[in-house]
Write a new protein. Structure first.
Length: 279
C-alpha cells in the first residue's frame, strides 16, 4: 500500500505552539521533507526528533515532488514542514499536494499555527470574510494588477511583507487604496511581538522614523460597500442618461431591463427614465 503525505504545521515563532499530534507524526514518519533543512533541523533537535530529512523548496518543487511520490508509492510515510506555519499556504507544498492527488496518494493536513489567521484575529478588523494575498508579486505589472483589484475589495485584506520592502508596500497601498484602517503585525508569537493598529498614513509616518525589523503581516480594512455605491453613483451622474442606458444594453440587457437598472442607479422612477429618453 502507498504511504501518506502529512502536512505538519510548525510554530511561527514560539516553539510551544506545536501540537502533540504533529510531534507524534514527525517522530513516526519515515522521512521529513523540509522547505529549509538548515532552519528545520533546529526545530527537530529541540524536540529530539531523529527522522531523516530532505529538502523540498521552490527551486526543486517539481522534480523533487516526483521523487517523494515514488517513495510514497513504495509505502513510506512522509511529513512536509515549511520554515514556519501551515504547509500549502504561500509555499511549494501547494504543488506537492496537487501532484500527490494526481498520483492517488492520500494527503493529511495536521492543523496548527498560521501567521495570516493569527494576525487577522488580533487585528481588531472584521474577521468573518477576508482575502489572503500572501506576498505581493515583485513584478511591477503583476503587482499593479493585484493592487487595482484590491481597490474594490470589501473583505479584510491580509498581506505578508519583508522588513526591507515594508515602507514601499505601505506607500503603494496608500496610493492605491487610500487611507484605510490597518493593523501591522510584527514577529507574531515571538518575544518582540508588536501589533500597530492605526491608519495606513500614520503607519507610514511611524516607519519613516523607525527601522522595520522582523517579518510582517499587514491586515487592511476592506472597502465599505457604501463607499463603492457612492463612487458608482458619482460615475453614473457624470454620464448622460443615454450613455448610462448604453452601458447596460452593451452588456446584453434588454431596453426594459436597462431602464430598470438605470432608474435604480440614479434613484429615480422608470417613468422618469422613459420621459428623459423621449426628451
Amino acid at each position: 500500500m502507498s504511504g501518506k503525505l502529512y502536512l505538519c504545521a510548525t510554530p511561527i515563532g514560539n516553539l510551544e505552539d506545536i501540537t502533540l499530534r504533529v510531534l507524534r507524526t514527525l517522530k513516526n514518519v519515515d522521512l521529513i521533507a523540509a522547505e529549509d533543512t538548515r532552519n528545520s533541523i533546529k526545530l527537530l533537535n529541540h524536540f529530539d526528533i531523529k527522522v531523516p530529512m530532505t529538502s523540498y523548496h521552490e527551486f526543486n518543487k517539481i522534480d523533487k515532488a516526483y521523487q517523494l511520490i515514488e517513495k510514497l508509492q513504495e509505502g513510506q510515510n512522509i511529513a512536509y514542514i515549511t520554515d514556519a506555519g501551515t504547509p500549502g499556504i504561500s509555499d511549494p507544498g501547494e504543488e506537492l499536494v496537487k501532484l500527490c492527488y494526481e498520483a492517488g496518494i492520500q494527503v493529511i493536513s495536521l492543523p496548527g499555527a498560521s501567521a495570516c489567521v493569527t494576525a487577522l484575529t488580533v487585528s481588531g478588523l472584521a474577521t468573518r470574510r477576508f482575502a489572503f494575498e500572501a506576498f505581493l508579486p515583485r513584478d511591477k505589472k503583476k503587482r499593479g494588477i493585484i493592487l487595482e483589484e484590491l481597490k474594490t475589495e470589501t473583505r479584510t485584506i491580509i498581506i505578508y511583507e519583508a522588513p526591507h520592502h515594508l515602507l514601499h508596500t505601505l506607500e503603494e497601498l496608500y496610493q492605491t487604496l487610500g487611507n484605510r484602517r490597518v493593523s501591522v503585525c510584527r514577529e507574531l508569537t515571538k518575544k518582540y511581538e508588536e501589533v500597530l493598529r492605526s491608519t495606513i498614513a500614520d503607519v507610514i509616518s511611524f516607519y519613516k522614523n523607525e527601522q522595520p525589523r522582523g517579518e510582517y503581516v499587514i491586515v487592511i480594512e476592506g472597502k465599505s460597500p457604501m463607499d463603492i455605491e457612492k463612487e458608482n453613483r458619482e460615475g453614473w451622474m457624470n454620464m448622460n442618461l443615454r450613455e448610462h442606458m448604453n452601458l447596460y444594453e452593451s452588456d446584453g440587457f434588454t431596453k426594459k431591463e436597462a431602464m430598470k437598472m438605470v432608474a435604480k442607479d440614479r434613484g429615480i422612477s422608470k417613468r422618469d427614465v422613459y420621459q428623459q429618453l423621449l426628451d
